[in-house]
Design a binder for this molecule. Structure first.
Ligand code: AMP
Length: 316
């Protein structure tokens, strides 16, 4: 027996009338590849996951904050290959935003996201509310000791505590066997891999290379904040990676020299302010002074009021 009922979602408000999700009968089997399901309730998601696991299905999770773009879709296409039921989460996680960051203005459009997700074969969209994820009295967090001390962790204290916490919660709610993350957020990927190892999550983590616009700018939900002039300036991140790669290919090995050259390039673009340009070990994220093995170049740059990040592993 299947009966449609309106979804119980409040944000954005109008969405309630636009979508229905299909209620499964308790004994019914789950039709993979059918209509995309939206689940907003944590317990419903857990029950759904339990049903799927009992039926022998492999669940794949792609965690996102929504406002989907080609980068997210690449993760979903990859995810489709690794299991029976492709679930994405859409949750703008308040605990990973600092006081003066863009939590309130972060772009949100669930209807658009549902259509995009459906177009790449997503089966379930899990979109909980912040109130349900962090109910009154909430006080448990996941903290890594060392990896968050580098790169973005310096200017965004508490960010990775929020990320590790929400990913742990999503793992416990969605119960995936495989989870997909982007190399665009390289430090996040390293942190998740470490956390999965340290806490013995029985989940395979797969990283997907960064998806870029035709001119090289990494796709990002935050690119929507950029004016045309800022969009032009934003290219300095990709250009810096290219410049460093070229210099390394021509024999430069000194990281400071590369940082200087990249910093000059970035400053030549209007409205830019460097947060960091760094060369580090791709696994430990410790600073590297000489590029004599594959090295992560990572950078964060403010373009106007928007903070953008990018990275590449460069090989001598
Ligand atoms: P977000 O919605 O920004 O939290 O990102 C959700 C997931 O998509 C994370 O694993 C990101 O690393 C990944 N992602 C975001 N942008 C890109 C991109 N341009 N290429 C590949 N993955 C991306």
């Amino acid at each position: 027996m299947r009966g449609g009922f309106p979804i119980d979602i409040c944000q954005p408000g109008h969405y309630k009338t636009l979508l229905t999700i299909e209620r499964e009968s308790s004994s019914g089997s789950f039709a993979v590849g059918g209509t995309i399901k939206l689940i907003t309730n944590i317990e419903s998601m857990q029950e759904e996951a339990n049903r799927l696991l009992e039926a022998g299905k492999t669940i794949v999770l792609v965690p996102t904050m929504g406002f989907l773009h080609e980068g997210h879709l690449a993760l979903m296409r990859e995810g489709r290959k690794h299991g029976d039921v492709l679930t994405i989460s859409i949750f703008v996680n308040p605990t990973q935003f600092g006081q003066n960051e863009d939590f309130n203005t972060y772009p949100r459009d669930l209807k658009r996201d549902m259509n995009l997700a459906e177009s790449v074969g997503v089966d379930i969209v899990f979109a909980p509310t912040a109130e349900a994820m962090y109910e009154k009295g909430y006080q448990t967090y996941v903290n890594l000791e060392v990896l968050p001390r580098y790169l973005c962790g310096i200017s965004r204290p508490g960010h990775f505590r929020g990320v590790a916490t929400v990913v742990t919660k999503l793992f416990n709610i969605v119960k995936p066997r495989v989870a997909i993350f982007g190399e665009k957020d390289y430090q996040q990927l390293v942190i998740i891999r470490r956390m999965v190892k340290d806490l013995n999550f029985d989940i395979r983590i797969i990283g997907v290379p960064t998806v870029r616009e035709a001119d090289g700018l990494a796709t990002s939900s935050r690119n929507t904040y950029l004016s045309q002039e800022e969009r032009d300036s934003a290219l300095c991140l990709y250009q810096s990676l290219q410049l460093a790669a070229e210099k390394i290919a021509r024999g430069t090995r000194n990281a400071d020299e590369l940082i200087d050259a990249a910093s000059r390039l970035i400053r030549s673009h209007p409205d830019t302010r460097i947060d960091y340009v760094a060369f580090c070990d791709p696994e430990t994220l410790e600073n590297v002074e000489r590029i004599d093995r594959p090295t992560l170049m990572a950078l964060a740059v403010w373009v106007g009021k928007t903070r953008l990040i990018d990275n590449a592993v460069l090989k001598p």
